[in-house]
Design a protein around this ligand. Sequence first.
Ligand code: ATP
Ligand code: MG
Ligand code: FE
Length: 347
Amino acid sequence: MLILGIETSCDETGVALYDSEKGLLAHALFSQIDMHADYGGVVPELASRDHVRKLLPLCDQVLADAGKTRSQIEGIAYTAGPGLIGALMVGGAVAHSLAFALGVPVLGVHHMEGHLLAPMLEPEPPAFPFVALLVSGGHTQLVLVKGIGEYEMLGESVDDAAGEAFDKTAKMLGLDYPGGPRVAALAEKGTPGRYKFPRPMTDRPGLDFSFSGLKTFTLNTVTAAEKAGELDDQTRADIALAFEAAVVDTLVIKCRRALEQTHSKRLVIAGGVSANKRLRAGLEAMTDRKQAKVFYARPEFCTDNGAMIAYAGCQRLLAGQQDGDRIVSVPRWPMNTLPPVSEVRSN
Ligand code: ATP
Ligand code: MG
Ligand code: FE
C-alpha cells in the first residue's frame, strides 16, 4: 500500500511516501525556523499560512523523487494532533481534499505515535513489547508499548518537557531557537565538573519527571556568573555541559527503573531530544550493563517529519482504520486513548 504522509503540527512541513512492501520511498521537510526567529518563538498564524504555501509543492516533490504520480497513492495519513490548531487544520484539509479527489482512504494520526514509531523505519527495528522514552519539545513520557495503540503510561513530566528545558536554557545562554542542538554543541566545549546541577526527582521512587526546577537552577547559575563578571564563553559552555549532563543522567536513571519495573530488555527513544548524542551514549552504556538494547531513529526522524506519520498511518490504514468524511484536528490528545492495532506488519 502506497501512503502519502503529511505532518503540519507545528513549525515544520513534512511530507513522505511510504510503501508497505518497499519501505520509505521519499521524504521532504521544510522548516519555518527562520521565519519565526525574529519573534523568539513560533507564531501560530504565520505557521498555518506557511504550511498552506509549502504543502502541495512538497507533495509534488516527494512524488517526483519517488518516481510516482498522484494517482498511484493508495492512502493518506496526516497529523491530527496534538499541535497548533490552525497548523493541524491545514494538513487535515489538504489530506482530506486529496483523498476525496483520488478516492482513497484517509486517516488522522497521533503526532506522538508518529514519533514513537519512527525507529521502525530503521534497518533493525525493535520488536514489541518495549519501553519507550518520548522526549520532545512538548512531551517527556515513559510508555510501555505492547503493540501499536497498546500504550501504558508509566510516567511523565509534571511540568516542562525535556526539549522545552533545553530551549529555555539556550535562551538564557544567548543561543537561538531551537536550543537543543545548540546547547549540545556548546556543551562539547564545557569543563566537566565545574558546575554540578541537581538530578530532579531521582532521589525518590517513581517514573515521573520534573524539569522546571532545573531551569531555575540554570537561571540562578547564569545570573550569579554574570554578577561575578564570569559569564564568558567558557563559563557558558560549562553551564551548558552541567545542564545537559543533569538532564541526561535524570533520563537514564528513569529509563533504567522503567526497564527494571517492566522486566523489559528493549528501550526505544523518540522525539527531538532523542537525537542528543550524550543521551544516546548514556543509554547505550546503561543498557549494555543490563544486557538490554536501545533503539532510535536517524537524527532527521527524531524531530518532526512526514516519514513517521506515513509509517504510523500506513499501519493503521492497513488494519482498516480510516476517518470517513470528517477532518480530525485535536490540539490536545492523550496517546493512551488510541485504539489498538492487532494486525501489525513490519516494514
Ligand atoms: P512535540 O513532539 O512534543 O509536539 P515538538 O514537535 O516541538 O514537540 P520535536 O520536533 O520532537 O518536538 O523536537 C524538538 C525539540 O527537540 C526541541 O525542544 C529541540 O530543542 C529538541 N532537540 C532537538 N535536537 C536536540 C539535541 N541534539 N539535543 C537536545 N535537544 C534537542
Ligand atoms: Mg519542531
Ligand atoms: Fe514533534
